[in-house]
Design a protein around this ligand. Structure first.
Ligand SMILES: CC(C)(COP(=O)(O)OP(=O)(O)OC[C@H]1O[C@@H](n2cnc3c(N)ncnc32)[C@H](O)[C@@H]1OP(=O)(O)O)[C@@H](O)C(=O)NCCC(=O)NCCS
Length: 387
């Protein structure tokens, strides 16, 4: 079919007309073979029947025209007309999403018809509105974060704009990857580069602190492979691991756990060795950044049995809280623990954390449904407690 329309003078003429209209909207920029491959991956060839409808302003112009002149449209190009109850109803159905602001509805309809939403995974009025809302939210967030990169409102807004919150989709999920051609027609960065990639790099990518952290008696630093030896006995003990999610591990498994923790990853998970000032490993600590705008983290700790009861876990945790609030600008740090873990609960209380949640039989651990506590501390509470 594609080849027939290429050689058929009637269709060929229409094709040129579509291309001319496309160039009038987007400018005359060359599509490279990489651009063509990207478009073939995410779009489909416009069916011959759609050409006339595109030219008559009843269906959107192509999202792309390949180097060989093939018009490409989203796979669901005609789907909105079906949802609207037919092509004749499409316009009224579409603009109704901007009820109360007819001018905006008409503007959006024209943008839709001109194929300007090529960067959206799903081209629909709901998505067009959501993308516009999320871009406005990202813009407002960046204004706040430029003044204070730890501004909690800015972090929340940017997190929602980029990654979404529960049922609110973020730009990262709503936008396609896009291609170099999109940069040419935008005359600058693509919508994804501007509102997902750049803000993520600037404000949603944790930067490593300067190691080690030093306290009165301890050093905290990212794990090194050699740390494994110190953990083998404790992590292999049924009793010591009884209130942890992990089962007792043999030496090879402990070595592998430590090795994994040494992998840098995306910087959201910190696995730290806690040592005395002379380098003796006394325990470990974790901080896992998460939540909207990476503004929250879960903290975790262990102290080896031979070093327990001396306040090392408390001292190390205080340093990790400080790292979280001051360096990472976190808004909230929480800990989850088995309710039977009295020593861990006592540690939370010593740190000034608040028991916010007592979940009953909420998680499965080692053959039984187990209850848990969630303790948490907000940045302002932590600051106030430090005076
Ligand atoms: C949870 C865990 C880290 C708590 O260890 P811990 O030894 O009780 O905690 P610390 O190192 O902070 O030591 C506190 C104790 O030292 C005492 N202490 C002595 N010197 C101290 C000092 N300078 N500062 C503070 N406390 C001091 C405290 O009074 C306290 O003792 P107490 O509980 O008898 O009153 C430890 O039990 C553990 O690793 N358990 C196994 C793994 C685990 O369950 N991890 C937690 C998963 S949620």
């Amino acid at each position: 079919m594609g080849d027939d329309t290429l050689t058929d003078p009637v269709h060929g003429g229409l094709r040129n007309e579509v291309r001319d209209r496309f160039v009038a909207v987007n400018g005359d920029h060359a599509m490279s073979s990489e651009d063509d491959a990207y478009v073939r991956e995410h779009f489909v060839e416009a069916p011959p029947g759609a050409t006339r409808l595109m030219l008559d302003g009843r269906l959107p112009l192509p999202s792309y025209v390949l180097g060989d002149g093939t018009a490409m449209v989203p796979a669901d190009h005609g789907r909105l007309a079906e949802l609207a109850g037919g092509l004749d109803r499409l316009h009224d159905w579409f603009v109704a999403f901007w009820e109360g602001d007819e001018a905006a509805g008409e503007r959006e309809w024209q943008a839709y018809l001109s194929g300007q939403h090529a960067g959206l995974r799903e081209v629909s009025p709901v998505r067009i509105r959501q993308v516009a809302e999320r871009v406005a939210e990202a813009r407002a967030a960046l204004d706040l974060l430029r003044r204070d990169p730890h501004d909690p409102i800015g972090r929340g807004m940017l997190g929602e704009a980029v990654d979404g919150v529960i049922a609110v989709p973020g730009l990262d999920a709503m936008l396609l990857p896009m291609t170099a051609y999109d940069r040419l027609r935008a005359g600058g960065p693509t919508i994804r580069e501007r509102w997902v990639d750049a803000p993520r790099a600037a404000y949603l990518t944790p930067a490593p602190p300067v190691w080690p952290l030093r306290t009165e008696r301890l050093l905290l630093r990212p794990h090194e492979l050699g740390d494994a030896d110190a953990f083998v006995t404790a992590w292999g003990s049924e009793e010591w691991t009884s209130l942890l999610l992990s089962r007792p591990m043999n030496r090879a498994e402990v070595v592998e756990m430590v090795r994994r923790r040494t992998e840098r990853g995306d910087g959201t998970f910190l696995g730290l060795a806690v040592t005395t000032l002379d380098g003796t490993v006394v325990g470990d600590s974790i901080l896992h950044l998460q939540g909207t705008g990476l503004s929250e983290a879960e903290i975790g700790w262990t102290v080896l049995p031979e070093h327990a009861g001396r306040g090392y876990a408390t001292e190390a945790a205080r340093a990790v809280l400080r790292l979280g609030f001051e360096h990472y600008g976190l808004r909230r740090i929480m800990a989850n623990l088995d309710v039977r873990n009295e020593r861990s609960a006592a540690l939370c209380e010593r740190l000034g954390m608040r028991r916010e949640v007592h979940r009953i039989a909420d998680f499965w651990s080692k053959g039984e449904w187990t209850s848990s506590y969630e303790y948490a501390l907000l940045r302002e509470e932590w600051r106030a407690a430090r005076g």
